[in-house]
Design a protein around this ligand. Structure first.
Ligand SMILES: [Zn+2]
Length: 307
């Protein structure tokens, strides 16, 4: 069933769990995300970045996901991740996306509000939900590159004003996570105190980006078969659970799926050097992504949330 964020996130926030937003750019990853969500009876958000759209073609990727979402046994939202312009959001809405993110967090507060409000006004006409962002995360996601020194924690007071003035349906905040596979050099830490303050002031669902677990068991599988992902470090499960308990209702995950994809293929090719059937090779990636997505859904507390 194809839905927007308002059919799944407010309920998650109220009941204290988070819905996973998983990035895709092809058939196999999308199939794996839906399979994991159906198996665990969890609502799910399928996200595409601007680069994923360019890679696959907007016609191809939107029609494929919408077709699969409509036939899924769980609620599925099709969401634009980190939309940088009104035009891109409009393009996605025209292609049937049920949700868009307008990320104007690099602009001034007032310009961020203005652009978000413009997207909200347009999206409302099509019953499409809008996520916005305030504060800045470090790291790299597609074309977005933010240095650690440029990262800024979300100010709780600003967040409240922003939510009221922009009319967005969900708000991404910065509390110490970062994009990519190298999130921490030392001990992982999130500013749960800031999250608590924000959650006190804002009732709409809050969103955590850059929240992949980057678990050592998956990294080891990549490295065992020729990969070189040394020193990768993600967010421990206990910190994710603490964030969810304090108001995070949507968690974005891309890196973990990429690691799963890579581990699956590296292992399969190493063990089956004579195979050259793309279906067999990609099935190994699909199968490991199903495991990764199931792991994340359980950590987010979203298992068995669909009757
Ligand atoms: Zn993000």
């Amino acid at each position: 069933m194809l839905v927007n964020l308002n059919s799944i996130l407010p309920n998650a926030r109220k009941k204290g769990y988070a819905v996973g937003a998983f990035n895709t750019s092809n058939l196999e990853i999308t199939q794996a995300i839906i399979k994991a969500a159906e198996t665990l009876k969890s609502p799910v958000i399928i996200a595409t970045s601007e680069k994923a759209i360019k890679y696959a073609g907007i016609e191809n990727i939107s029609r494929m996901i919408i077709s699969m979402a409509e036939r899924a046994r769980v609620p599925v939202a099709l969401h634009l991740d980190h939309g940088k312009s009104f035009e891109l959001c409009r393009e996605c809405i025209r292609h049937g996306y049920t949700s868009v993110m307008i990320d104007a967090s690099h602009l001034s507060f007032i310009d961020n509000v203005r652009l978000t409000r413009k997207v909200v006004r347009y999206a409302r006409k099509f019953k499409v939900t809008v996520e916005a962002e305030i504060g800045r995360l470090a790291g790299i996601e597609d074309d977005l590159k933010v240095k650690k020194t440029e990262a800024i924690y979300t100010d709780p007071k600003e967040a409240r004003h922003f939510a009221e003035d922009s009319g967005c349906d969900a708000l991404a905040i910065a509390i110490g996570t970062s994009h990519g596979a190298y999130k921490f050099k030392g001990t992982p830490m999130l500013r749960i105190d800031i999250l608590k303050e924000i959650a006190k002031k804002i009732t709409i669902p809050l969103v955590l980006h850059g929240a992949s677990g980057v678990k050592i068991k998956w990294i080891n599988r990549v490295n065992k078969y020729g990969g070189t992902l040394a020193h990768a470090k993600g967010i421990p499960d206990r910190l994710i659970r603490e964030a969810v308990a304090n108001g995070i209702a949507k968690i974005n995950t891309d890196t973990d799926l990429r690691i799963g994809f890579t581990a699956g293929i590296r292992e399969y090719l190493a063990k089956n050097p004579s195979v050259f059937d793309p279906r067999k090779i990609l099935t190994s990636a699909h199968d490991l992504i199903v495991e990764v997505v199931k792991d994340r859904i359980r950590v987010f507390g979203a298992e068995n949330r669909v009757c």
